[in-house]
Structure formats: C-alpha cells, structure tokens
Design a protein around this ligand. Structure first.
Ligand code: GDP
Length: 468
C-alpha cells in the first residue's frame, strides 16, 4: 500500500475515536447544564457549537475516505473492472437483440405505453428487458403512438434491435405462456402472475461475485446497464443534448438537484422546501472544501415547477443555478406529453445523471432513473446521492432484505429485537440513525439502528450467454 493510503487509513481510525470523544464530552456538558438549570439561550448556543463542529468532523472523515479510495492502489482496477463488466453485459444485450434468424427467434413483446410518466415508462421497459434477458427472448418494443412521442421510441432513441423488430403473428401467448411459446406478451409488473425470482432487486448469479466486489449497490448498477443500452440516442437527440448543455452553460463540479412538485405532492410524496435540498448541497461543497480549497457553488436544478427555479435563484444568489424554467413549465401535467416536454425530461435526466452528486427524493422515478444512469459514469456511484425521503427501490420489486450483523435489544416498544443472522425486510430509512422494517424471523415490525444490518444482495440463476 502507498504511504498516503496507510497514513489516511490510520487518520480515519484515530478520528472515529475523536468524533466520539467529542460528542460524548460535549453532550455530557449539555446534560450537566440542563440539570443545573442554565439559561436556555446559553444551552442553545452550546448545542449549536456541537452541531457545527460535529458536521465539520463528519465532512473531514468523508473527505479522508475519498482520499483513501484514490490512494489505495485499486483505483485503476476499479475502472478496468467496471469497463469490462459493462462491456460484457452490453455484448450480451446486443447478442440477445440481434438473433441470426429473427423469424424463428423467441420473442418477448413489451408495450411502452404504460399509463404513467417517462421515468415510470423507462422502468417498465427495463423490467421487460430483464425478463427478456432471463428468458433469452429478443425484446420487441411496441411504441407506436407513445404518449410522449407519437412517432415512437425509434425516432428518439436507437431501436432496441438492428435486425429484429417484428413480433410476427404465429404462436403468441400472454405471460407465462407455454414452454414452446414463440412470442410471449408481457403485462405490466404490477399484474405479473406468477412472479419470477429474477425481478429486481436480484442480480445475475454469474456476475454477482464481481459486482459485489466492485459496487456498493449491485442492483442499481444492473438496472443502469439496461438503461445504457436502451438510451443510446438517435443523432437528432444527441445533437439536442449537446446543444442543451452548451446553452445552459454546463460545468463541473456540479450538484444535480431534482425537486418534484405539482401532481406528486400530497398524493405520492411530501413537499420539501428548497432550503432542505440546499442544506445537503451546501454540505457536499463544504466536504470538498474541508482541506481549505474554495469550490464555486453550482447546481443543476430540474423541476416540474418553474417557480422552484425562480425561488432558488432569488434565495441563493451566491450559487450559479443552471436550469431552465421553460423546461419546468412544460413538465406540468397539462403539457407533459408533448415533444417539447419529452426533450426537456430527456435533457433533465441526462444532466442529473452527469452531476457529481444528486440531491432529490427517491420517491420520484425521475431521480431514480438519473441515479441508475449515473452508475454507468463511475465504477461505483452508489454513495453519490442524498434522498430526502425513500431509500432506493424498484417499483414492483421483490422483498428488500438486510442481514443483521449486530444484535439489538429494543430500546422502546417501537423497536425491533434482532439476532445476528436475522433477515430484516426494510421499508425505509428515517435518516436519523434508524431504519424501519420487519424481522422475517419473528414477523415483528418496527425500528432498528441502521448500522446493525448490511445489504443482502439477492441473486438469481440466469442464462450464462456462454461464449459472448
Ligand atoms: P414520478 O411521478 O416523479 O415518480 O416520475 P415519472 O417519470 O413517472 O412521472 C413524472 C413526469 O413528470 C416525468 O416523466 C416528466 O414528464 C415530468 N417531470 C417531473 N419532474 C420533472 C423534471 O424535473 N423535469 C422535467 N422536464 N419533467 C419532469
């Protein structure tokens, strides 16, 4: 190992002890002051100091972790491994989609027009593609009359196949079909019966050992690979993206912020203030600056509410805010399904995915898609986000289990009892140190400290595509 690596590793070890010394001592003083009945203004001030120094301490640890990764001597391996894994999956998809005998090939028909937004529809197609991969069927994407572009998918993105577009009419059945069914039609994931084991969050068993080593959240990487194949732009789309970036004055480093409002708020998600998003943006920049450098404050702000962009510009003049209120205006429900709006959402997702860090709500499929695509830009971008609400999930996914690594005795009646080795099906993270879930051994639901579990990466036996 390099000197830098060993030095940083020991520094982190020492400073984990230091951060605890600091919090226990400072909170001990606060406790005494409360017991002694000190003035509340003094107390408030000292708690403020604890929070300020605690935040700086955390940023320093994160910054050291980043330095350690860069100097541990494995960075070249990470890049090479990420490239090779991606190339392998892309080759398999290309092979699957271009059978030598299209007429007799086994096919899976997927209708793009699920009655929902662009992000939701992309997830629908990815789900179809995963089923196609798992059943070794060529994906046939039916997209004529697409609500976002009547001319269909192929006028915007490259067709999913160069040579095989027609499902034909012979021997067509709905899922699950029969063993010899040549053309299988897939329903939306919500009405899929029976449900196969390879749906998200499962990754292919043959790739799992490599993926677990490379990536902090293999399923997000896996979904990202399908999007990488699907979203290869047509020349007109590529030109539009290039000129869009130029016109906006795109520059890095940049934090991508997605604020989902309008029809989502109060129905599927809560409203979060601009200030809440910006707190995490500011924290990200301060982490970059922890060693004394100065980094220009810049965000890319995407929203379906144009006022959000105007509000952010008014309240954060020290920030360069890249974003187009006109694009946001087109994203409202009444104009959403038009060509102009489609260009807008494609550009917004593209730029969110190209950002250094994402601040958004994972309840929105727009941000989850951006996060998935982001994984194709780095060996491992699993930690490059802050979600104000949900943890990552895939609509219609199988159970999301985490394995208990540290036992837990309930602190209150709301808490779960955990034994090492238990599987907890997680529902969410409260982002206060605790997560919510259900212990699958006891069937009890409740809260538990998030650090006491680790991700159990689900795998499924899938075709090996040998020789490709
Ligand atoms: P969700 O409803 O947020 O989970 O995501 P969907 O993608 O399923 O549907 C929301 C739709 O609203 C998007 O597909 C867009 O059409 C529009 N939309 C939402 N947020 C934005 C945004 O930030 N920019 C643009 N251009 N459109 C957005």
């Amino acid at each position: 190992p390099s000197l830098e690596y060993e030095f940083t590793r020991r520094r982190i070890q020492t400073n984990i002890g230091e951060i605890w010394n600091f919090f226990s001592s400072e909170l001990g003083k606060v406790r005494k002051a409360v017991a002694a009945g000190h003035a509340s203004a003094d107390l408030e001030e000292s708690i403020n100091q604890v929070l300020l120094q605690g935040a700086e301490h955390k940023r320093s640890l994160l910054s050291d972790m980043e330095r350690m990764r860069q100097s541990d001597g494995y960075e070249a391996w990470r890049h090479k491994e990420a490239r090779e894994l991606s190339d392998l999956v892309q080759r398999r998809l290309h092979y699957l989609q271009n059978p030598s005998d299209c007429q007799n090939a086994r096919k899976l028909v997927c209708k793009l027009n699920k009655g929902c937004g662009y992000g939701c529809q992309l997830h629908h197609v990815v789900y179809c593609f995963i089923v196609a991969y798992a059943t070794e069927r060529t994906l046939i994407l039916k997209s004529r009359g697409w609500r976002y572009h009547k001319g269909g998918w192929e006028e915007v993105f490259q067709p999913v196949s160069n040579s095989c577009h027609d499902a034909g009419t012979a021997n067509t059945y709905n899922w699950p079909g029969k063993p010899n069914t040549q053309v299988l039609v897939l329903p939306i994931i919500d009405s899929l019966m029976p449900r196969p084991p390879y749906l998200p969050l499962a990754v292919p068993e043959d790739l799992a050992p490599r993926l677990k080593r490379l990536h902090g959240d293999p399923i997000v990487w896996w979904v990202g690979q399908f999007l990488k194949y699907l979203l290869r732009p047509q020349p007109t789309t590529r030109d539009f993206l290039t000129s869009g970036m130029r016109n906006l004055g795109w520059e890095r480093p940049i934090v991508g912020v997605h604020v989902r409002r309008t029809d989502k708020v109060g129905t599927e998600a809560a409203c979060h203030s601009v200030e809440e998003y910006m707190t995490y943006v500011e924290d990200y920049y301060r982490t970059l600056e922890v060693n004394g450098s100065t980094v220009a404050r810049r965000i890319f702000l995407a929203s379906d509410d144009a006022q959000v962009i105007e509000e952010a510009r008014r309240k954060y003049p020290q920030y360069q805010i890249i974003g187009d209120p006109e694009v946001a205006r087109m994203a409202s429900v009444s104009t959403r399904y038009t060509d102009t709006a489609l260009n807008g959402i494609i550009l917004d997702i593209h730029l969110l995915s190209m950002s250094d860090h994402l601040v958004c709500t994972f309840s929105s499929q727009v941000c989850r898609v951006a996060y998935e695509i982001m994984q194709t830009m780095y060996p491992d971008a699993a930690h490059r986000f802050k979600s104000l609400d949900d943890i990552y999930y895939y609509g219609g996914q199988n159970a999301h289990n985490r394995r208990v690594v540290i036992a837990h005795k309930p602190r209150t009646h709301e808490d779960l009892q955990l034994r090492v080795g238990d599987l907890v099906s997680v529902a969410g993270n409260h982002w206060d140190g605790n997560s919510k879930g259900k212990n699958t051994r006891t069937n009890q639901g409740g809260l538990f400290p998030s650090f006491k579990v680790e991700e159990k990466v689900d795998t499924a036996k899938l075709p090996l595509y040998a020789g490709i």
